[in-house]
Design a protein around this ligand. Structure first.
Ligand SMILES: [Zn+2]
Length: 276
């Protein structure tokens, strides 16, 4: 919606000028959303700081091997690309449960809630009940708004993604977690994606895993069961990459070093141009 000018008639139809009518309330709402968005950017960084505390070292190591199916372990964790690290951290905080312990986000809530700002508290509270990471089919996009369908449940959502749809085409799957931020839904970490010709038996695999889960944890909630198995979506993507002959993780990409060198030399060139 485009905003009226200060002296234009207000959109509400009161007949008053905008500045005398809804302008003040609109500005306050914008400021409120800005603060919530800032809190939503800050929280994952603080989760990561918290999750790296020493007493989480063993769960962290266990979770790494589980999530990456052995491609990354505690020994080579520092070789994850920034996006890989952010996706893993997101799963570790929101979905992983070490043995009978609570999720990191629940422990964080107990530990840190009182020290957070009001906006950080509001975002954190909303995120406690955010659904597990899942796979979402891109149905359509309009700029930064992505219409998505949960690949497993079929429910539809609209997500605001500042980077737009990127290389993802309708029919492809976005692997991500959706969280509420101010008046929008967003991804909690950089989404991975699965091209539509690599979806293969993902649905069947998940159905099998959930059936096995039901035997192990009878009477468990659907959400808890899915949370315990959400990393299988990543395992599927890693397997598909190997089948297609792509490196499943950045660490095993033979071009990665070249890429880093290329990036460094581009920056160097830009710097030289500026200095000329
Ligand atoms: Zn008005």
């Amino acid at each position: 919606m485009s905003k009226p000018g200060r002296n234009d008639p207000c959109y509400c139809g009161s007949g008053e000028k905008y500045k005398k009518c809804h302008m003040k309330a609109d500005k306050a709402a914008e400021e409120e959303n800005r603060k919530l968005e800032e809190a939503a950017k800050w929280l994952p960084q603080d989760f990561l700081r918290f999750a790296q505390e020493e007493h989480f070292a063993i769960p962290f190591a266990r979770a790494l091997s589980i999530y990456w199916n052995g491609h990354y372990t505690f020994e080579n964790a520092e070789r994850m690309s920034p996006n890989e690290a952010s996706r893993f951290a997101d799963w570790f905080v929101f979905d992983y449960k070490d043995e009978e312990s609570s999720r990191i986000i629940d422990i964080y809530y107990e530990d840190s809630y009182e020290e957070l700002s009001e906006h950080q508290q509001r975002v954190l509270t909303a995120w406690l009940t955010a659904p597990p990471a899942s796979a979402y089919e891109l149905i359509a996009y309009n700029g930064q708004n992505l219409a998505l369908r949960d690949f497993f449940s079929g429910s539809e959502v609209e997500v605001y993604e500042p980077a737009g749809h990127g290389p993802v085409q309708p029919g492809d799957l976005l692997l991500a977690r959706i969280v509420p931020v101010s008046d929008k839904l967003k991804f909690s970490a950089v989404a991975a994606y699965l091209p539509q010709d690599e979806i293969a038996d993902l649905k069947e695999k998940m159905a099998q895993a959930l059936a096995a889960d039901e035997e192990e944890f009878p009477g468990t909630s659907e959400v808890d069961a899915f949370r315990r198995n959400s990393h299988l979506i990543i395992h599927h993507a890693l397997d598909q990459a190997e089948i297609k002959g792509r490196p499943p993780v950045a660490d095993s990409d033979p071009n990665r070093a070249d890429e880093l060198v290329r990036k460094a030399s581009t920056q160097m060139r830009k710097l030289q141009q500026r200095l000329r």
